[in-house]
Design a protein around this ligand. Structure first.
Ligand code: MG
Ligand code: MG
Length: 266
């Protein structure tokens, strides 16, 4: 399968999906606190997306039951929202997709409740930094390995963390997952060459301890083998000659984090 190059019209549609998505996730972040549940957050996302004319990309995807993937603490990704109440010190990774006018957007953000251990706060900060370092290489003629190298360099060599090997970023558009795959590790100059106007999701999933993961008995949730925390941030963006254009935005989410007294500020 070849990398699909998007027209300006297609990119405009994806911009709209991503705008609704960014605002949906901000609504969710406003509601995160000790005592709430993943199912309550999932309802907020589903309602917001419906109210703005979209559909949740994940609901029904290979049978996934919800609008949000919510991965708590040692869960890496693909967590199913549950009725378990969050508690002080939990970190919650919120991953969401919106499908509108025939196109998907995909993004993720991790928040922490109350007294999050300093090393886990550092993991959150470093993972987010690595996302933006990777994005710097999402330019025309670069390769997916340049992005993966930048992410891995920051998390594993400058910091003592581990990037997930089994889960990767991806192209997207009419379908949620397209070529190319965008690993969070790699070597400079390896992988697919990025053409102008291809749209990709870059999404470092970074673990405090081992890189090794397993699938929990719910058959969806991927978790770390050593039970240590994992953090996930993701943007959808367009590859451009000088600088990638972000289609998703953390602006509203970060405002919500600042204004939510329950959440740790990293
Ligand atoms: Mg993704
Ligand atoms: Mg995602």
């Amino acid at each position: 399968m070849a990398i699909k190059i998007k027209t300006e019209e297609e990119i405009e549609k994806m911009r709209k999906s991503c705008e609704v998505l960014s605002n949906a996730l901000a609504e969710v972040v406003k509601a995160v606190k000790a005592g709430t549940t993943g199912l309550a957050l999932d309802k907020i996302a589903e309602q917001f997306i419906a109210d703005h004319g979209g559909k949740p990309s994940f609901k029904g995807y290979n049978g996934f039951p919800n609008s949000l993937c919510i991965s708590v603490n040692d869960d890496v990704v693909h967590g199913i929202p549950t009725a378990i109440e969050y508690k002080d010190g939990d970190i919650i990774s919120l991953d969401c997709g919106v499908y509108m006018n025939g196109y998907h957007g995909d993004m993720a953000y991790t928040v922490g409740i109350g007294n999050v251990r300093p090393e886990v706060q550092d993991l959150m900060r470093v993972t987010k930094e690595s996302l933006y370092l990777g994005i710097q290489f999402a330019t025309v003629g670069r390769r997916t390995g340049d992005i993966g190298f930048a992410i891995q360099e920051h998390c594993e060599r400058k910091h003592p963390y581990k990037c997930d090997r089994e889960l990767v970023g991806h192209g997207l558009g009419k379908t949620l997952h397209e070529d190319p795959q965008v690993p969070n590790y790699g070597r400079k100059g390896d992988g697919a060459k990025l053409p102008e106007n291809c749209v990709i999701a870059i999404e470092p999933m970074v673990n405090l301890g081992t890189k090794d993961v397993y699938t929990k008995r719910d058959r969806w949730t991927i978790a770390t083998q050593d039970g240590k925390p994992s953090v996930h941030f993701e943007h959808t963006l367009v590859v451009k000659p000088v600088k990638a254009e972000l289609l998703t935005s953390f602006t509203a989410i970060e405002k919500a984090v600042q204004e939510n007294p329950e959440l740790v500020k990293i």
